[in-house]
Design a protein around this ligand. Sequence first.
Ligand SMILES: [Ca+2]
Ligand SMILES: [Ca+2]
Length: 75
Amino acid sequence: MKKIVLALVVAGFASVAAQAAEMDFATVDADGNGSVSMEEATAAGWEWSEEEFNAADSDGDGGLNAEEFAAAAAQ
Ligand SMILES: [Ca+2]
Ligand SMILES: [Ca+2]
């Protein structure tokens, strides 16, 4: 069971990176405040776990700026 969960987590990371690579920051930032919230990313079809989002939010302000977004996309 543990192995299955781990495989899903790994697959999830790979698919997040693939999705992010195809996303444009300005498009995902629906309200245009310069920060992508988990809700905005989810609305754009980007499936985050809370852990993935928090890991990408390196300054911990609860949103991804363009730099954090690009870093997440490059993973
Ligand atoms: Ca926003
Ligand atoms: Ca941030």
